[in-house]
Design a protein around this ligand. Structure first.
Ligand code: 289
Ligand code: CA
Length: 160
């Protein structure tokens, strides 16, 4: 029985190693497929996907269009996510609005779910609330942020 126990354990260990190898191949295949399918309109960053269909809208329209597709207006939480958005901006030569605004309290920018801003990438001297009417955030080709009137029309970038 002792011998039996050890050979069964060895068999299971081999099986786990084989499954781990298969999982690695599968993960690489999924990553490659995602990259191909998302080019040039989308980017993956970790578990997140940013994607555009090239259409434009003001802030309210952009938010609505994103939620209609089961997504959200893109809202970067770190520099890797902001760089992914920046690449989409570069490919489409159009600036987007982020899912970030200070509509509720002037000067306090928040994500759409009410989360406080952890990461930000403001251009120098921004946000300046120019003419007292800039509550939304556009992303320049440099990746830097500027607060801008929510009534402007911008490239819609979804996040999933
Ligand atoms: O209407 C003002 C905007 O066009 C932008 O003008 C300048 O680039 C800066 O003052 C920006 O902050 C401002 O959003
Ligand atoms: Ca501004």
């Amino acid at each position: 029985t002792q011998l039996c126990y050890h050979s069964e354990l060895d068999r299971l260990k081999t099986q786990v190693r084989e499954l781990e190898a298969q999982l690695k191949v599968l993960q690489a295949t999924v990553r490659k497929a995602q990259k191909v399918l998302l080019f040039p309109n989308g980017m993956t960053v970790g578990e997140k996907i940013f994607k555009t269909e090239g259409s434009e809208g003001n802030f309210e329209t952009s938010k609505a269009v994103c939620s209609q597709t089961g997504g959200l207006l893109a809202s970067p939480r770190n520099s890797a996510e902001n760089s992914a958005i920046q690449q989409i901006v570069a490919r489409h030569k159009k600036m987007p609005f982020l899912g970030i605004n200070d509509i509720q309290t002037e000067g306090i920018f928040k994500h759409l779910n009410g989360e406080a801003l952890g990461y930000s990438n403001w251009a120098s001297n921004e946000p300046n609330n120019s003419e007292g009417k800039e509550d939304c955030v556009e992303v320049h080709s440099s990746g830097k942020w500027n607060d801008r009137s929510c009534a402007e029309k911008r490239l819609i970038i979804y996040e999933y």
